[in-house]
Design a protein around this ligand. Structure first.
Ligand SMILES: [Mn+2]
Length: 463
């Protein structure tokens, strides 16, 4: 991964951060290689996203110390020796990389220990090796290192990264378009007699073609009601529906996060089409409501009401839709949240604290079933990038439990629901930028089928 933007971009981002914090030392920890089963057998390297945002360098084991009072920025890392080069080949020096992102000082890793002050500010460590590094540098125990991060630093980073620059939006659209390519290739190839894993292989080939990794492990399943189902062993037959939640990164590290649900054989069965249309209506209702100044929690509740109205029409629910949502009856079908922030991370900045990113002084996260899984509740602002992902998930264990608790009897037609308890799940997900007057879809509008008819038409081109 090359440095994504001009040096001036990173210089300006750091200037803004420094002026927000005001004084002291800021430590940005870069990620290290992470071993799978022995030291030299590594997972795919992923740089820390905040490090990428401010320092742009995609290389393991380098850290940035910003000293606001002395106005210095120093990159700490060791240059390759011949013992490294025989394994890695020649690579750019830290000095070269630093100059590409406007950093003038480079020092060996061991100097960080001497230069850092005990009061240096840092962000929550989310990998054990970060906490161990902090413990050594600051002379505190590992538990304290995980707890003593700086809240002002956290909020400064969130407030800056939450508002996307136009250049970031371009990169995100690229990630979405590559993700659409994966989805279209999967939908084009899917047919009876394949395994879910065959489709993951096709998605993976497209990501490799674009020379990018998945932004998260693929969900590719005919059991879409299992929200984070990472099993790919299912055998596909005509009449199954497949839920594919998959995205890849741009080469600059921005994430796409797209979900489509489609019928094997290219034709919906009547109930599948009805429920798909209910989810799609909830999707379009949500998108129409996107605008700055609106609480995302309210859009989540609007999406839930839209689902309830559709579920009443289809026969799963009854009663007044507003009452049903107020009582939480929609969580029988929609147990999770409508969406989340997205950016350099697929759940953007969740390592800094989901409640800090998605909520604010104005609104705290609910502990209720359903709302507790809503990652984003705060008031939308122009420049936010988010996902919209309504769904219907019919979970047999949940039906059993709620029925035994005697819950939602005024709103759920249990007989009808139990008859269709093995239905599965449907989700539709796209990524959006909040604009001054509404929202804009990230990626190209016309390349990804979205309505039930578009999905059928798309699949039937290739059957
Ligand atoms: Mn998502």
């Amino acid at each position: 991964m090359e440095v994504a933007f001009d040096a001036s971009v990173y210089v300006q981002r750091r200037e803004k951060l420094k002026s927000t914090i005001g004084s002291g030392q800021l430590l940005l920890i870069g990620n290290q290689e992470s071993s799978i089963n022995f030291k030299d057998n590594w997972y795919h390297f992923r740089q820390d996203s905040t490090f990428l945002y401010y320092a742009g360098i995609n290389k393991p084991n380098i850290h940035l110390l910003i000293d606001i009072d002395n106005d210095t920025e120093t990159l700490y890392g060791d240059e390759l020796t011949i013992d490294d080069i025989i394994w890695t080949g020649p690579l750019p020096t830290n000095q070269d990389l630093a100059s590409q992102v406007g950093i003038t000082h480079c020092k060996p890793l061991s100097d960080l220990d001497k230069d850092i002050k005990p009061q240096a500010l840092y962000l929550p460590p989310y990998r054990p090796e970060h906490a161990i590094l902090l413990s050594g540098l600051l002379g505190i125990d590992v538990t304290q290192a995980t707890q003593s991060y700086s809240l002002p630093f956290v909020h400064a980073v969130i407030n800056q990264r939450n508002i996307k620059e136009e250049r970031e939006v371009k990169e995100m659209s690229l990630a979405v378009n590559h993700s659409y390519d994966m989805h279209n290739a999967v939908m084009k190839a899917a047919k009876s007699g394949m395994y879910e894993s065959d489709l993951v292989g096709i998605a993976s080939a497209v990501a490799h073609h674009h020379q990018v990794p998945f932004s998260y492990p693929a969900i590719m399943t005919k059991r879409g009601e299992v929200l984070h189902n990472h099993d790919h062993s299912g055998f596909l037959s005509d009449g199954d529906i497949v839920l594919y939640d998959g995205g890849c990164e741009s080469r600059s590290g921005y994430a796409g996060d797209i979900t489509r649900t489609f019928p094997i054989g290219g034709q919906w069965q009547p109930l599948q089409k009805d429920l798909y249309d209910v989810v799609h209506k909830s999707y379009t209702d949500s998108v129409s409501a996107l605008q700055p100044g609106t609480f995302f929690k309210d859009i989540h509740l609007l999406a839930s009401k839209s689902l309830v109205e559709g579920l009443i029409d289809v026969g799963f629910m009854k009663g007044d839709p507003d009452d049903a949502v107020a009582n939480g009856a929609h969580t029988m079908f929609f147990q999770c949240g409508l969406g989340h922030m997205i950016g350099l991370d697929v759940h953007d900045m969740e390592n800094l604290g989901e409640h800090f990113v998605g909520y604010s002084d104005e609104i705290i996260k609910s502990k209720e079933f359903g709302l507790k899984s809503l990652r984003l509740g705060r008031k939308l602002q122009s420049g936010y990038t988010i996902t919209i992902e309504p769904g219907i998930y019919i979970i047999p264990a949940l039906i059993q439990l709620r029925k035994s608790e005697g819950l939602y009897r005024d709103f759920i037609n249990y007989d009808f629901l139990e008859k269709h308890a093995s239905f599965g799940g449907i989700r539709i997900e796209d990524n959006f930028l909040i604009t001054d007057d509404g929202s804009r879809l990230l990626g190209a509008d016309n390349i990804a089928p979205r309505t039930s008819k578009e999905v059928e038409d798309f699949m039937n081109q290739f059957s």
